[in-house]
Design a binder for this molecule. Structure first.
Ligand SMILES: [Mg+2]
Length: 187
């Protein structure tokens, strides 16, 4: 039996197109105003009730579309475990079924060699297993790092944070997984 590749999911950018013009919510999205504890903690000393909620746009069609892809879904977001509590069911993933979470050392945005804070953790998590990674902060430096340190196939798929995941992104993810299948056994 073959193992499905991993699909590593960023939230802000791919699922929440935060960079779209503020008064033009992209089609298909719903507006949520959320106050997760991690957001409150960023407002040092401000009482919870006074913290302005975080505006998040989410598309309830994304969950079902992700579940149709031949991947195993994993959160790869600075929302970390909050993604299960606050995001997953709002995009239409099953409410009682938490996805695995990659935990990041989020102290640094980029390392001194220019790799994104998530990149080496992602490579470590995948441990040689094929993965696609959707994120709005992937650069060529990260692609090089993955090429050098990850022995299996990998797709680093940049998503425009003004648009979020589009039909075209879903098609590319499906095609990549299909090619893996035809190009030999997947570990
Ligand atoms: Mg992002």
């Amino acid at each position: 039996m073959t193992t499905r590749p991993l699909l590593l999911l960023d939230v802000d950018g791919p699922l929440n197109p935060f960079d779209a013009p503020p008064h033009r919510r992209p089609a298909g999205y719903e507006t949520h105003r959320l106050k997760p504890d991690t957001w409150i903690a960023q407002h040092h000393g401000v009482p919870k009730r006074l913290v302005k909620p975080l505006r998040v746009w989410l598309n309830p069609a994304h969950g079902p579309a992700l579940l149709k892809l031949p991947y195993e879904l994993v959160w790869a977001t600075t929302w970390e475990h909050d993604a299960n509590d606050w995001i997953g069911w709002r995009i239409g993933l099953p409410r009682n079924q938490n996805l695995p979470v990659i935990e990041f050392d989020s102290q640094f945005v980029r390392r001194s060699d220019g790799t994104y804070v998530k990149t080496w953790t992602v490579v470590e998590y995948a441990a040689g297993r094929p993965f696609a990674w959707v994120d709005d902060q992937i650069s060529d430096i990260d692609r090089d790092y993955v090429a050098q340190h990850h022995p299996g196939p990998a797709l680093l798929h940049w998503v425009d944070p003004r648009k979020g995941l589009t039909d075209d992104d879903f098609t590319q993810l499906a095609d990549w997984a299909a090619r893996l299948d035809t190009e030999g056994p997947v570990r």
